[in-house]
Design a protein around this ligand. Structure first.
Ligand SMILES: NC(=O)c1ccc[n+]([C@@H]2O[C@H](COP(=O)([O-])OP(=O)(O)OC[C@H]3O[C@@H](n4cnc5c(N)ncnc54)[C@H](OP(=O)(O)O)[C@@H]3O)[C@@H](O)[C@H]2O)c1
Length: 454
């Protein structure tokens, strides 16, 4: 997570030198360069910004620029063309400490030299993170330059951050050998989504929800990440050593959950926000080991159909071991042992090759203490009370707040309204906020005044 942005070494603008280790990789082509091109088009980063790509394959800077440009969508090329003259390639191996001296010389020769901020992005295999950091440290590339406030040094570490607790600790230890904590950015792309960032804004900018955002009023919280995709594009080999829990649950889903459940931060200072999120994670209690079977599910998809198209089972996918035990579906019922959430079940669910792709958080509120409406004619009062207790009456639904993260981006609140007619029957209704239509409409209104004010 972010180090303190208000630290004295924080940059006033964007980084001036960015080194991407893993220059020819998938992440660089599909995400990093398009993101940079988009920033450049919006006028950031500022002048003096240079990118150096590093990978083992020999090629010239010009060849790398051409490759990157080719991989971009036509509408991304305008930003890239502004950046291109400042894009360089240096072939080398991050495991080779002598190469880091070459890199150091290259960076010293770029605008700003040693007196400018440097960001090292580790877009390489996780096994190389430790060696890359160590060799950068050995070459003196990670030292903040004393007295030169803008000459900061930072590192971005891609996921996965270790395979388990032991390896994550080892990696942390290796990084801390050469870096201060505030220099390390462990990236989680999920946190960049508007809808995820909005959770913080929505909860703490609007006063009306806070009084009901607790165990007194909330009955259940469900976080679901459902994917239609399986192991397309040769992902099987990577995924089989990872699985649903490591790939999605322990990182992205817990980040989302911590935003949903955290206390209000005293400020938006990154350390303060992180502290409050960590407090949620510390209070999160997974099921005890003797309850594991009751409260968790691990499963693998079998052959079937998604969207009417036949798809293979997980073990038939390319790169997956025939006897693989890796889960492609995981569900956990956990609890948060603190004053706000004690006793509220927290359901986390994620799977691949499910019927529909969606990511959402559903906060389900408690039912009214007395149910006055919608008793089926044939039921006695006793039967009605029993049906309410076991939740078998679908015409009586709790209020829910759904925060849709993708592909739908929005928020909806469900409630009951009186159905028109002589009988006092309540029917379900919703208030919907949709990111796209709301903000597209506002943008159109600003430029052409085409929409009426809402
Ligand atoms: N792709 C994604 O969508 C995605 C999403 C989330 C996280 N990540 C993470 O991002 C990182 C990169 O993933 P990727 O999919 O881009 O991997 P990738 O396509 O396999 O690319 C790896 C890059 O590293 C370079 N490389 C390999 N060994 C090297 C060495 N010893 N020294 C210098 N460069 C070396 C490779 O080029 P050479 O062979 O020429 O050296 C290549 O440019 C991984 O940690 C991955 O877990 C990826």
């Amino acid at each position: 997570m972010n180090p303190n942005p208000s630290s004295p070494d924080a940059p006033a603008g964007a980084p001036q030198q960015l080194v991407i280790f893993g220059a020819s990789g998938d992440l660089t082509q599909r995400k990093l360069i398009p993101a940079l091109a988009a920033l450049i088009e919006k006028g950031r980063p500022r002048e003096g910004f240079n990118v150096v790509g590093v990978a083992r394959r020999e090629k010239t800077s010009e060849a790398w620029r051409n490759e990157l440009r080719e991989a971009l969508e036509p509408d991304q090329r305008k930003g890239f063309d502004l950046l291109a003259p400042h894009v360089h390639y240096l072939p080398g191996d991050v495991g080779d400490s002598a190469f880091m001296d070459q890199l150091s010389q290259k960076l010293d020769g770029l605008p700003g030299g040693r007196e400018t901020g440097r960001l090292f992005y580790l877009s390489i295999k996780p096994e190389l993170f430790g060696a890359a950091a160590k060799n950068l440290g050995k070459a003196g590339l990670l030292q903040h330059r004393e007295g030169a406030k803008r000459a900061w040094r930072r590192i971005i570490v891609e996921k996965p951050f270790g395979h388990d607790l032991r390896t994550a600790r080892t990696l942390n230890h290796d990084l801390h050998e050469v870096l201060l904590e505030e220099q390390i950015f462990r990236i989680d792309h999920y946190l960049g989504k508007e809808t995820v960032q909005n959770i913080l804004g929505f909860r703490f900018h609007n006063a009306i929800f806070e009084p009901v955002w607790n165990r007194e009023h909330v009955e259940l919280i469900q976080v679901t990440v459902a994917e239609e995709l399986g192991m397309e594009n040769g992902r099987g080999g990577y995924y089989d050593g990872t699985g649903a829990l490591r790939d999605m649950v322990q990182n992205h889903m817990l980040q989302v959950l911590s935003l949903i459940c955290m206390e209000a931060p005293a400020s938006l200072d990154a350390d303060v926000v992180r502290g409050n999120k960590v407090a949620v994670l510390k209070a999160l209690r997974p099921p005890d080991s003797d309850e594991m079977e009751k409260y968790t599910v691990r499963a693998q998809y079998a052959a079937g159909k998604v969207g009417g198209k036949k798809v293979p089972g997980y073990k038939e996918e390319e790169g997956v071991a025939k006897d693989s035990n890796t889960e492609t579906f995981a569900a956990i019922r956990a609890s948060i042992d603190n004053w706000r959430w004690a006793g509220v079940p927290i359901m986390l669910r994620h799977g691949k090759r499910l019927q529909k792709r969606f990511t959402e958080v559903v906060v389900q509120f408690r039912m009214p203490p007395q149910q006055l409406f919608n008793k089926p004619d044939k039921m006695t009062d006793e039967e009605f009370r029993r049906a309410l207790r076991d939740g078998s009456l679908c015409q009586i639904r709790p209020n829910t707040m759904t925060l849709s993260i993708q592909p739908k981006e929005g928020i909806s609140l469900s409630f009951g309204v009186k159905q028109p007619g002589t009988a006092m029957v309540m029917a379900p209704a919703r208030w919907d906020f949709d990111y796209k239509s709301t903000f597209e409409c506002r943008a159109r209104r600003r430029t052409s005044g085409c929409c009426t004010t809402r």
